[in-house]
Design a protein around this ligand. Structure first.
Ligand code: FMN
Length: 484
């Protein structure tokens, strides 16, 4: 899927996009409409605002805001297929005949080869219009989202920088506050790779970091920007890997960087790490305003775009919102990798009300005493999972999407003194509840069946359930019972 227009056309064909033709203000009104739609159970669609007051450029929101739309971005029918597909790729087993093996091997070879090579094209669509001195951020309908926001914000960007030491690319989604027509504030939080680039630059005495902001392109480019990949692993490799072809890139006009060639809009510039200003407040995905804090300024050196660009945005706020589904895809994508490292894990779920970092549910195949504690510790040691404030471990028979079942087991099968681990450590920078910024208390809850060695004195009771034989008989009778 080359670009945003292709994705929008697909969503439209699937009945997943509503066009809004009436005039709408970019400030607050787009938020109010998108917020209502995001929370609707029967009318949650992507929104294409054709008539943004004062602008000829349309705005699109809620692109990824449902399970179906997120799956469509991957070319899948169901988002759960994402874990299966990734598992098929990474679990290259030696089963099957020689032809089967060759086929699988060739597929993986092709994916890796494409992922590790980039294709730079001439006359890219993202440079149909090139503005340098005359470039102005005010030409674009960048919304102010919530009443107390510090200004207008770019909320769906691919922020591209290179590690000043290794030269490797990073793509991160970090919101950008507009200061004026040529300056933005880059909100990269302390745990993020872009922020690490800033710290490396500082240690090397480098004051300016070249930076490009891409909006649009293949929808997976936008999604990949939120992947918490290790430092120096290029997020765009995942896009090429998935699509089985090298991502087409364009050379920037004023910075030594490359951007997706089919982006709608590209902002080129440099980050002045010495020029830090107060960023925020911002109505964040936690559902609270994040307070102001110092972040560096990006000075714009050029803005390039398609001739008739579309401006993509996401609205954050009290969940459920679009970011939940973007995060759900990250969860599904990483599950097979997590299982490789912690094989007893059957499934994981970050429920919508946990806003990613507040709650992780895990089901495990428990075999030995203390295993749930081992899983909790392993997860707290795994990349950005380290920021998870509460981890609840349940037995493998608990379906993690079934919140009644989860809470029933979680509250019923726990002795809060015996089965909890309290630790202190790093927490998400957006967390408003801990006493100190980025540091605070976390809880691990072992809600699995307890064993004798774990201090449980007695026989763990059986769950009340019917025999398979009666279930089968009643299934038959159910067909003639007409009260349902
Ligand atoms: C809609 C949305 C907005 C985000 N905004 C920010 C942000 O402003 N700052 C930030 O540090 N992370 C933000 N994130 C999370 C990062 O994109 C995510 O942690 C990602 O892994 C960062 O890339 P990195 O691992 O290369 O640093 C946002 C995520 C989403 C879905």
């Amino acid at each position: 899927m080359k670009d945003l227009s292709t994705f929008i056309a697909l969503l439209e064909r699937e009945g997943e996009l509503n066009r809004i033709k009436i005039p709408v203000s970019k400030d607050l009104e787009i938020t109010e409409i998108t917020n209502r739609v995001s929370k609707s159970t029967d009318n949650n669609k992507a929104l294409f605002f054709e008539n943004v007051e004062g602008y000829s450029i349309p705005v699109v929101t809620n692109l990824f805001g449902s399970k179906k739309r997120m799956a469509l971005a991957f070319g899948l029918k169901d988002l759960n297929e994402l874990s299966q597909k990734v598992e098929e790729i990474i679990k290259f087993d030696l089963e099957g005949g020689i032809l089967d093996l060759l086929g699988k091997g060739f597929d993986i070879f092709k994916r890796v080869r494409n992922a590790t090579s980039i294709k730079v094209i001439d006359n890219p669509p993202c440079q149909e219009v090139i503005l340098k001195e005359e470039a102005s951020l005010t030409a674009f309908p960048i919304p102010k989202f919530w009443p107390l926001d510090g200004g207008p914000y770019i909320t769906l960007p691919q922020v591209i920088t290179h590690n000043p030491k290794t030269g490797k690319r990073n793509v991160g989604m970090y919101r950008l506050q507009v200061i004026d027509e040529k300056r933005l504030l880059v909100h990269w939080q302390v745990h993020k790779n872009g922020r690490e680039h800033e710290e490396i630059a500082k240690s090397l005495g480098i004051e300016h970091i070249p930076c490009a902001i891409a909006l649009g392109g293949d929808p997976l480019c936008t999604w990949a920007a939120i992947l918490p990949l290790p430092s120096d692993v290029d997020e765009y490799m995942v896009v090429s890997f998935w699509r089985k072809e090298p991502l087409e890139m364009a050379k920037c006009k004023t910075q030594p960087l490359h951007v997706p060639a089919h982006a709608e809009i590209v902002i080129e510039g440099y980050i002045d790490i010495k020029d830090k200003r107060l960023e925020g407040p911002f109505g964040d995905h936690t559902g609270y305003y994040t307070p102001t804090a110092l972040y560096p300024v990006l000075n714009v050196t050029a803005i390039t775009s398609k001739r008739n660009p579309i401006y993509p945005a996401t609205v954050t706020g009290v969940p459920p919102m679009e970011d939940y589904w973007m995060g759900k895809a990250v969860e599904r994508f990483f599950l097979p990798f997590i299982k490789l490292l912690i094989p007893e894990i059957k499934d994981i779920n970050m429920p919508v009300f946990g806003v990613f970092h507040n709650l992780l549910l895990v089901s495990i195949r428990k075999r030995y005493p203390g295993q749930a504690r081992k899983v909790i510790s392993a997860l707290w040691g795994l990349g950005m999972m380290a920021l998870t404030k509460a981890i609840v471990v349940l037995d493998e028979d608990v379906e993690l999407e079934d919140m009644n079942r989860v809470f029933w087991q979680m509250f019923g099968s726990v002795d809060w003194i015996r089965d909890t681990i309290l630790v202190e450590g790093p927490v998400d920078e957006l967390d408003h509840a801990t006493s100190k910024k980025c540091y605070g208390g976390k809880i691990g809850i072992d809600a699995t069946k307890k064993l004798k060695e774990e201090g449980y004195d007695g026989e763990w009771p059986n769950v009340v359930k019917m025999t398979p034989e009666v279930i089968r008989k009643v299934d038959e009778k159910w067909k003639v019972l007409n009260f349902l």
